[in-house]
Ligand binder design. Structure first.
Ligand code: TYD
Ligand code: MG
Length: 455
């Protein structure tokens, strides 16, 4: 018989506890436990509503037909890249992002662009009219795209069985509701159970399913981390709302690299793919200004040149301010400490602001050298030539360290007409200078870089 009971879930990691606790024993977060009612017993174990598939049995691995090769082309170079070369049939993909960033727009646009596939777009957030208006804005006509406004997983599964779509999009996982748990939509147990049902649906029917998920302010998918374990791929849609650029980033991918990046630009008629990111990430400027340095970064397999901007000024108030947009603040503080301690630059009484152009976030350590160059350039008020690029990591003792894929970085800068690139001397080994038109300058320390740039 079905029984209901009250349990507590951690909103951060989904850890379950029979009683309320202040600090989650699993993830260490404080005040994250919330009370929920769940159904236990038979009814919960045998959901009436699961997708009608065959019972599983053990099979020899050689009997299993490998489906790796037939990936579905999503008609989007950027999305294909992030998925690791197209969509794998039967996979469950979670696409997370802050409200208003463009998740619904991206998925609807993808659904509309798939001409030869029947797509079912399920929305629990917007009316059919609202979705139609968005589709009109995007301006792609497609007769194979079906819209369903529904939140019950049982109903969605019914419709999938009748319509037999080639792709299912759920907007969003937080609105789904399954009868097997009694908690309200958006609660942790609902999200977890609904996602599990969608996973079953995807695996049994081999229909790929996209789940849209909202993200909380601190960047985690709202609801439990459990979701991330359950799905095959987690991609995040991010960007600064004041800029048009949107980055699609693979965070986890069972079928490809987790460091791939796709770039889009939001405009009046949906999202445009940005296939040549360097051009947009380098700001247009008429004359050289101090505090700007270009970094040759690599995200995933793709090299791109990104502008870093620094502003160093005497602190107006007692405590100097440090802020970094698109760059890790702890890393910035570390680089400032290196400049102070190893090279004797007096920066501890200065405000330092750092900005990565285009509002994108960069994880590549090779950006360090450009960050240091930009800070020194602003501090000295001497511009760095606009045809100079940088690619190296900076270590704690002020040494310039080697980075991966150095050739790709150099050739990208070369291709874009840069005249000089500073790299680590440890990256020079085996490098064929003849291959490039660009002058490659190896440096060993921050002091040496300073001498080469500003004296
Ligand atoms: P939306 O897809 O609704 O975001 P999410 O689903 O992540 O909450 O996107 C909302 C924003 O995108 C909204 O501010 C309007 C903007 N937008 C455009 O600029 N151009 C367009 O063609 C569309 C459809 C939306
Ligand atoms: Mg939306």
């Amino acid at each position: 018989m079905a029984k209901t009971k009250t349990v507590f879930f951690c909103r951060n990691c989904g850890n379950e506890s029979p009683k309320w606790v202040g600090k989650c024993p699993a993830c260490g977060e404080w005040n994250t436990f919330a009370e929920e009612t769940v159904v236990t017993g038979k009814a919960a174990k045998n959901p009436k509503t699961s997708f009608a598939g065959e019972k599983a049995r053990p099979v020899q691995i050689k009997e299993i037909v490998s489906g790796r090769e037939d990936r579905i082309n999503m008609q989007s170079v950027e999305l294909n890249r992030v998925l690791g070369g197209g969509l794998v049939p039967g996979s469950l993909i979670l696409i997370g992002g802050e409200p208003g960033i463009g998740k619904s727009t991206l998925m609807l646009q993808v659904a509309l662009a798939l001409e030869n596939m029947k797509v079912l777009y399920v929305s629990g957030e917007e009316s059919q009219q609202q979705i139609k208006m968005r589709a009109d804005r995007i301006g792609i006509k497609n007769e194979n795209c079906y819209i369903l406004t529904e939140t019950s997983t049982a109903e969605i599964i019914n419709h999938v069985e009748n319509l037999k779509p080639d792709l299912l999009v759920i907007d969003s996982i937080q609105t789904l509701q399954t009868d097997t748990v009694e908690a309200t939509a958006g609660s942790i147990s609902q999200i977890r159970e609904s996602a599990a049902e969608m996973n079953r649906l995807a695996k049994v029917s081999q229909i790929p399913v996209f789940l849209i998920g909202h993200i909380t302010k601190d960047g985690s998918i709202a609801g439990p981390k459990v979701l991330e374990h359950m799905v095959d791929t987690v991609i995040q849609f991010e960007g600064d709302r004041h800029y048009g650029f949107r980055i699609l980033r693979a965070v986890k991918n069972r079928f490809g690299s987790a460091s791939e990046l796709g770039i889009f630009e939001m405009h009046a008629h949906g999202l445009r793919e940005v296939t040549n990111p360097s051009e947009i990430l380098l700001s247009q400027r008429e004359e050289d200004v101090s505090g700007v340095a270009i970094s040759a970064t690599v995200e995933g397999l793709r090299p791109m040149l990104i502008e870093t901007q620094a502003l160093v000024s005497s602190a107006a108030y007692g405590t100097p301010q440090r802020s970094g947009t698109g760059f890790d603040l702890r890393r910035l503080n570390m680089l400032l400490a290196v400049l102070e301690k190893r090279s004797g630059f007096r920066l501890s009484a200065k405000d330092v602001f750092l900005n990565i152009a285009g509002g994108i976030r960069v994880d590549d350590p090779a950006i360090d050298l450009a960050v240091i160059a930009a800070i020194l350039s602003s501090n000295e008020d001497i511009p760095i030539g606009s045809k100079i690029a940088f690619a190296a990591e900076v270590g704690l003792s002020g040494e310039i360290r080697a980075v991966n894929r150095i050739e790709a970085r150099i050739s990208e800068a070369d291709k874009l007409g840069f005249e000089k690139i500073f790299i680590s001397k440890y990256n020079e080994k085996g490098l064929d200078h003849q291959k490039f038109n660009i002058e490659v300058v190896p440096v060993a320390s921050v002091n040496q870089l300073f001498g080469l740039l500003f004296s």
